[in-house]
Design a protein around this ligand. Sequence first.
Ligand code: SAM
Ligand code: DTB
Ligand code: SF4
Length: 338
Amino acid sequence: MKIYSEQTITVHPPRKQTELIAGHIRWSVDAIEALLNLPLPELMHRAQTVHRENFDPTCIEFATLLSVKTGGCAEDCGYCPQAARYDTGIEASRLMDASEVLQAAQRAQAAGATRFCMGAAWRSPKDRDIEKVAELVRTVKALGLETCATLGMLEDGHAQTLQSAGLDYYNHNLDSAPDFYGDIITTRDYQDRLDTLARVRSAGVKVCCGGIVGMGETRRQRAGLVAELANLSPYPESVPINNLVKVEGTPLANQPDLDPFEFVRTIAVARITMPTAKVRLSAGRQQMGDGVQALCFLAGANSIFYGDKLLTTGNPDTEADMNLLKRLGMQRLAPDAR
Ligand code: SAM
Ligand code: DTB
Ligand code: SF4
């Protein structure tokens, strides 16, 4: 039998490296890095064990995205095609009206989505933008879909207005480990993001928060991102893990490809450290291939963006996704099982 180093075999959870504070496990970056360093079969087994304790491993949630306000953003996120300062060919548009959003939400629902996420390329919405988005939320919620919005940083009161309109989730990503963040974004800081997440949480809106893998970070920095997410108290209900989509014109357009197994490992540690969260295999599926996606499901991913477009870039079409699940003997999460 193969003997692993003591540090490796004692992880699950790595008792020496986690603390229990007010009933919450606090994960150290060391502990998560130790999980990432495990042999893949060992890591997958641990992730699967946690996954099966909390979910039906054959069910995948379908969430559909709609960009309700595209491009022209003042921020400098190095990965983003919607930043006005990068020449990516994306034209800035105005906020969509409720009838357009209603049609898109009806199409998504008819295709099988249970969650509908509206994205806007804002640094932070103004009061009048929040009123308009609240109207969109009411429209989508009335269909019986779960609602999610991602609009940038929120000010006091914004999350409350959205909650009153029926917003179930707010997506705001930490994106990277704190010690890598400044290499990617300079126009707002990590604390700004944490402040928005706290406002969302205190308004009673569920938190959707994740990050991007493949931006040139180290394995330890991937552990650092997951530690930040897992140590939010409580941790997010929904955790999107994006693989960088390289878009011509952005500073990260020529970033070398990350080994896909590193992406799979990141999904696995997200599952282990946030056992009851929906872990979403998010951007990057179109470039990933079916085999890697299947490994992500085995590692504990149980949600995908469903529909042929993310915000501005491509995503597998609905037929391809239905076919993939069928080949894997898996199924979409039914609306009454949410
Ligand atoms: N403007 C808002 C904000 O930044 O919070 C909402 C929309 S923004 C596009 C939402 C998230 O999409 C980002 O935080 C990032 O994680 C992800 N994203 C954007 N461009 C991406 C890309 N090229 N590849 C992977 N993920 C990306
Ligand atoms: C998230 O974490 N990923 C989604 C959603 N939240 C808003 C966005 C992915 C965007 C990929 C690039 C694009 O299509 O513009
Ligand atoms: Fe703007 Fe959001 Fe894109 Fe950053 S990620 S440039 S804030 S749209």
